[in-house]
Structures are given as structure tokens and as C-alpha cells.
Design a protein around this ligand. Sequence first.
Ligand code: ATP
Length: 355
Amino acid sequence: MSIEIERLNKKYGNFVAVDNISLALPDGKLTALLGPSGSGKTTLLRMIAGLEQPDSGSVAFNGADTTDVHVSNRGVGFVFQHYALFKHMTVFENVAYGLTVRPRRIRPSKTQIRQKVMQLLELVQLDWTAERFPSQLSGGQRQRIALARALAIEPRVLLLDEPFGALDAQVRAELRSWLRRLHDEIHMTTVFVTHDQEEALEVADQVVVMNQGRVEQVGSPEQVYDHPANPFVYQFLGNVNLFHARVSQGSASIGKLKLAAPEWQQVQDAQALAYVRPHEIEVLASAHSDALPAVLSYMTVVGHRIRLELKTANSTEFIKVELPKEQFRRLGLLQGDRAWLRPLHSKVFLEASTA
Ligand code: ATP
């Protein structure tokens, strides 16, 4: 089931929560709506679900407009951040719920319901919890049951709103790779709201980066991370260093260092900022004509990698560099030593477009 969103708008009073969004969510893919708090992700998800009415615009499922289709008839399955399992029901009863409340003429038989529920519990690898109550499960297990319950009604679309938001970091990381594997098995069109960049990049087929009710960029995780469309996406998707530069005819100068900026071939002498990720800077222990001189101020070991902070003459902030510990050892640098920095990959935005 594909989802087509056309010029969708939603205001709360004078506040614009969703601002003229058009978007295509492909059939069978997992799309992440990623953005900072308040960027309109949940409002957009709720309009897809039919829980919220847009002021204007439309949501279509497989090309058919859903404007007049009630939430209960849209065929959507939900999982929210706070496990909404029924406390007084066992796991089995929770997963069976959506089937047992169906009108008699379309309700499956008891045997069919049992079969279906046990299949789903196996799918989320929790068949051994069938007779337990939610209070006897961990947070991660409860979210997997919530997912099984959402899938029981055989939805056409699965909507997940920060489903792992309330869990600790390790459980979160485990559940997101689990969700990815599960999705590869069931291939259901899924929309997943998160403000966690790593989660979106790891889990999704397609990432929609949102900001202030608008879409900043849509693309595969690689596209949005490696080729951010604008400074907002660059900064939102990971750590980045900013270098003041002047751009002329496809080249950006940072002091004596020159970086290629082929997209600005037509520009004559403009102020710009060069964006460089911490792992895309080479550190040299001796002077080099095409490298920026710096002083090594701080070092922090994080597992097998090392984070450096260096001061250069033309940056007011520390330049952050990340590299494998072994590589750093070979440089033989100590705190306070001089070092030279060479950006290996950068993206240059003119100052006017970074405001
Ligand atoms: P978060 O990650 O914090 O959940 P979000 O990106 O999902 O944020 P939304 O929940 O869609 O953002 O909210 C977008 C904006 O709309 C927010 O500024 C929020 O305060 C506002 N908003 C959401 N629901 C309502 C409402 N029912 N009444 C008034 N304002 C609302």
C-alpha cells in the first residue's frame, strides 16, 4: 500500500504545525519521519492515521483519497511510545483483542484466533509469554507485544510513533535492528516517527527530514547523510565542523587551504561556510602546504576510536576530529602539540543560505 500526501496543512490556532507537505511513501517500505521536537512529525502521522483532520490537502492510500474514511476503516495499525497494553489482560488476550471485538459475522473462530495470535507471538519471538500479564514483561518486550497486537488486525499500513522512545539506549539499539529484520520479513508499508538520527539512519529505507512543519529533504539514509540538501540537514544528522571560507569560481579558501566547491562555479568572491564531519578530516603530524595548522587541545578515547579537539587560527570553536585509536597512536601526537588538518570531504554553503 503506497501513501500519497498532497499539500497537507494543519494549524493549531495561529501555529502552523504542518506546512504544505507533499510526500510519497512507497509501498512495502519503512519510512522514518525524522526531525527535532515540535517539527510536526506526530501531527503528520496522526493525519495519515485519520486521528487528526487536516485543514487542507489530502492523504491517499494506493491512490484512493482517505479524507472521508474514518480511522477505524483505514486499516492502520498503531504503536505508540507508551505501551498501551491492557493491564488486566494476558499477552495472548492483548494480541487477540482486535480480532475478538470484531462483529460476529467477520470474527474468526476461536481456533483461528489462537493460531493467528501464536503465529504473531512467534514472529516477535515472545510465544513463551502468552499467559503472562504486561506487568511481568520488560519495556522492550511490551513494545514487541504492542507491535504483535497492531499486526493482528492485518493492517494495510503500520504507524509507529517513537515506539522505542521510553526505553534505555541498549534495549533501543537491540529493538531497532530487530524491527529492521521484522520489516524485511513482512514488508508492510510502515511509517516510523523518531527524533533519533541514528535510529532513522539504521532502520529506514527512506528518511523524511522535517523542520518547523516542513520537509527539508527526502532520501535514502545514505543520500541524506552523505549529501545533505542544506545546512539544517547537515547539522541535524550528526556532528559537523564549520569553517569560515570565501568562495570564488568553484573553490573555497580557508586561510591558505583551498577546497573544491564545484557547485559554486559561477560565484565570484562570496562568504561561505564549509561543513566537514569529524571523521572526514585527516590529521598530519608535520607541516603541509594544503593543510590547516592547529594545536591539539583535548583527546577523549571512546571505545576503539579517539575524539580530538583542535584549535586553528581561523576558527573560533574547536575543530572536532574522530579517528581510529591505532591511527592516532601512529601519529605520535601529544596534548599541546602542533598538528595539520586536511578536510577529505566537505560541502560548502554560501552564508546567505545558512541563515
Ligand atoms: P515531538 O518529537 O516533541 O513529539 P513532533 O515533531 O512530533 O514533536 P508535533 O507533536 O507534531 O511535533 O507538534 C508540532 C507542533 O504542534 C508543536 O509545536 C506542538 O506544540 C503543536 N501541537 C501539537 N498538537 C497540538 C494540539 N492538539 N494543540 C495545540 N498545539 C499542538
